[in-house]
Design a binder for this molecule. Structure first.
Ligand code: HEM
Length: 418
């Protein structure tokens, strides 16, 4: 457990690894007060290269928008001692996944453009809007199921099943299999963190990859009108996608497509309960929901940091020399509370006029699913507060169970009455 007299860098890393139970936002505020670029021990123990935390908005944008100066793929940098891969040990025979294989998250340049362009049409804001009626139906069905009981667990009954059912319908994952996907994804989200890979993660990744491999075979035999079948056709007909890239891509879309959005809905609801005046304002005028979703993303969006970036050349950030091959970790939850960019940055204000937040990242790797997450967030909160205007926490806040997930705190369960 980190001690209060540890350096602020150590305490930030404690949050990213799940070792700390401190309030992340007060630690991030202390980090910002110490500087926008802070040195940290290199996670791979590299003696040739340093690692850095970036805590503020301008510097975060400098890193994420500089597509020539920083890369997500350290093996593409010709520099001594740059580590080859972060994914830890998994069975060589096991199929690739978004974490162990070549997914768009971990490649740059031509390969990134090739992989992202294969699915980008399926995630345009226009196409996402066309899915809105179906998202609405799913949200209504979930609330219909619990309505007679007068209470529910907002995490298990609503926040989780809504996004997983949406992404699985898009991809063509059979309904009966969705529970298993949720088990694997959740175990992976809980088991990975800064310098942390719980032993069970490799097993879950392998099972997840094997499942998707089998699913791809089934779609090859019996294609349907879904995204996986379309990707299988691309893989078979042209030289644009290998089988291991296909499996990495599908596991990425499943994992990223629900774990993060579930967290937004659950944590977002909690933050609204924690700010009753904001919640009342929202209930009074549900047309504020899209703006509230942006503010909830800024205030406590799901991702604590984006993936590590590596300097492709010697550079400077806020006057700090960064050598070619150094690792830079942008703490987006900290940049989103940057007091130089947001007035009363530590307050939740659902009517705030937000110019920009980093909850979906920025630059080349900016979240592909942001338009989907926005539609889901909009439908989830509007439906919840329209149908259940008396919604409230069942137990006092200090009884609510938080646990380590996606490199920070997530909700295990959120019992509510309505
Ligand atoms: C509230 C919900 C979400 C949040 C907060 C979120 C956050 C992020 C962030 C921060 C990144 C950038 C990672 C980096 O730069 O290292 C990212 C990338 C990505 N997200 Fe999301 N995401 C969400 C929902 C979704 C959904 C619904 C999908 C749907 C499939 C999705 C798919 C992806 C993909 C494929 C990438 C990789 C993009 C690339 O590397 O070019 N995300 N997401």
């Amino acid at each position: 457990m980190d001690q209060p007299n540890d350096s602020v860098q150590t305490r930030v890393l404690g949050i990213l690894s799940g070792k700390s139970v401190e309030d992340p936002f007060s630690v991030f505020a202390e980090a910002r007060a110490q500087g926008s670029v802070l040195s940290i021990p290199h996670p791979m123990g590299s003696e040739d290269h340093q690692a850095w935390l970036v805590t503020q908005m301008d510097e975060a944008l400098q890193v994420l928008k500089d597509k020539k100066g920083f890369t997500v793929d350290p093996s593409s940098i010709e520099a001594e001692g740059v580590r080859e891969n972060m994914s830890g040990s998994v069975d060589d025979e096991a199929p690739d996944t978004f974490f162990t294989g070549k997914s768009m998250l971990f490649v740059n340049g031509f390969d990134h453009r090739r992989l992202r362009s294969l699915v980008s049409k399926a995630f345009t804001p226009k196409y996402m809007e066309s899915l809105r009626p179906r998202v609405q139906e799913i949200a209504d069905e979930l609330l219909d199921n619990v309505e007679p009981y007068g209470e529910m667990d907002l995490v298990k009954d609503y926040a989780y099943p809504l996004p997983i059912n949406v992404i699985c319908e898009m991809l063509g994952v059979p309904e009966a299999d969705r529970g298993r996907l949720q088990t694997w994804s959740s175990a992976i989200a809980k088991g990975l963190g800064w310098g942390r890979q719980d032993p069970a993660v490799a097993v879950h990744l392998e099972e997840f990859g094997n499942y998707v491999k089998q699913l791809v075979e089934n779609k090859r035999q019996n294609p349907e009108n879904d995204l996986i079948s379309k990707l299988v056709t691309i893989e078979e007909e042209e030289d644009r996608l290998s089988e291991s890239e296909l499996i990495s891509m599908i596991t990425l879309l499943i994992f990223a497509g629900h774990e993060t959005t579930s967290n937004l809905i659950a944590t977002g609801a909690f933050e609204l309960f924690d700010h009753p005046e904001e919640l009342q304002a929202l209930k009074n005028d549900l047309s504020l929901v899209p703006a509230a979703v942006e503010e909830l993303l800024r205030f406590n969006g799901t991702s604590t940091s984006v993936g590590p970036r590596y300097a492709t050349q010697d550079t400077e950030i806020a006057g700090q020399f960064i050598a070619k091959g150094d690792m830079v970790l942008v703490i987006v939850k900290s940049a989103n509370r940057d007091e130089e960019k947001f007035t009363q940055a530590e307050d939740l204000e659902i009517q705030r006029d937000i110019d920009r937040h980093l909850a979906f990242g920025q630059g080349l790797h900016m979240c592909l699913g942001a338009p989907l997450a926005r539609v889901e967030g909009d439908v989830a909160f509007s439906t919840l507060f329209r149908r259940m205007p008396h919604l409230q926490l069942k137990y006092p806040q200090d009884k609510i169970a938080w646990s380590f997930t996606l490199s920070s705190q997530g909700l295990e369960s959120l019992p509510v009455t309505f």
